[in-house]
Design a protein around this ligand. Structure first.
Ligand SMILES: *[C@@H]1O[C@H](CO)[C@@H](O)[C@H](O)[C@H]1NC(C)=O
Ligand SMILES: *[C@@H]1O[C@H](CO)[C@@H](O)[C@H](O)[C@H]1NC(C)=O
Ligand SMILES: *[C@@H]1O[C@H](CO)[C@@H](O)[C@H](O)[C@H]1NC(C)=O
Ligand SMILES: *[C@@H]1O[C@H](CO)[C@@H](O)[C@H](O)[C@H]1NC(C)=O
Length: 215
């Protein structure tokens, strides 16, 4: 029973990882492409303007290709980009792959001048900018989703609680007195035996127990 749950959880977290890393890759590619001039200077907020530009599409799909660790992530990232452009035109996955394949024949590295002068061919990703967006803006999102899916955060939390409790217990036996402050006992270890526990602690416990019953 536990084994099926663990396998199921790994499966879900795999799917979630492919999905969310595709979101992160596509958003980071779009963000780094906005460093360069694709003729949408007065229209930065409207992605529809960029979607009309074949060089922009080529650059963003090439960036997704370079930065996807697997074909699954690449396909998924292409779909996310297509979804962003859906107000302009509905691109299928095949359309996006064709755009990438065509662009791959014209790619060149970006230069500083591309920030001012209209880009007239697809650019490879600015990896510095890409990694900046990937790590700072979106990397945390991925970590959060992972810990939510498999409750790894909770497993870690319990491991810490049990370790501390064990250490304190051993120390109590060795030194013959409890060194755990009463406030810690109250809020963490036995909240329900105290009448005056805080409501927030109660909800934390309820949430933890519900999450744990998943296992
Ligand atoms: C911005 O883009 C939209 C859609 O591509 C277009 O309709 C609009 O005229 C543009 N606005 C400016 C100021 O270029
Ligand atoms: C291929 O890419 C180049 C450079 O972006 C572009 O000029 C051309 O129109 C593209 N061809 C097709 C069929 O999309
Ligand atoms: C990924 O896709 C490419 C082109 O479609 C293919 O040649 C390659 O074998 C695929 N790789 C894997 C691991 O499926
Ligand atoms: C790449 O991005 C970094 C960080 O945004 C920027 O400092 C650098 O000038 C960019 N390089 C080029 C060639 O545009």
């Amino acid at each position: 029973m536990i084994r099926t749950r663990v396998l199921f959880c790994l499966l879900i977290s795999f799917v979630a990882t492919v999905q969310s890393s595709a979101i992160i890759v596509s958003s980071s590619c779009i963000s780094q492409a906005s460093l360069y001039q694709y003729g949408c200077i007065n229209n930065k907020t409207s992605i529809g303007c960029y979607c009309k530009n074949i060089n922009w599409l080529g650059s963003v799909t090439a960036c997704a290709y370079e930065n996807s660790k697997s074909n699954k992530t690449f396909d998924s990232a292409l779909k996310k980009i297509a979804a962003q452009c859906s107000s302009h035109r509905s691109y299928t996955l095949d359309d996006m792959k064709k755009i990438y394949l065509n662009a791959s024949m014209y790619l060149r590295a970006p230069a500083k001048t591309d920030m001012k002068v209209l880009v007239n061919q697809p650019l490879t990703a600015n990896e510095t900018a890409f990694h900046y967006y990937y790590q700072n803006n979106y990397g945390n999102h991925l970590a959060l989703i992972r810990s939510q899916w498999c409750a790894w955060g909770l497993v870690f939390f319990w491991a810490v609680v049990l370790t501390i409790a064990t250490i304190l217990n051993v120390m109590k036996k060795v030194f013959g007195k409890s060194i755990m402050p009463n406030s810690v006992k109250k809020s963490l270890i036995y909240p329900s035996v105290y009448k005056d526990y805080h409501e927030r602690t109660f909800y934390l416990w309820k949430y933890l127990l519900q999450s744990l019953s998943f296992w």
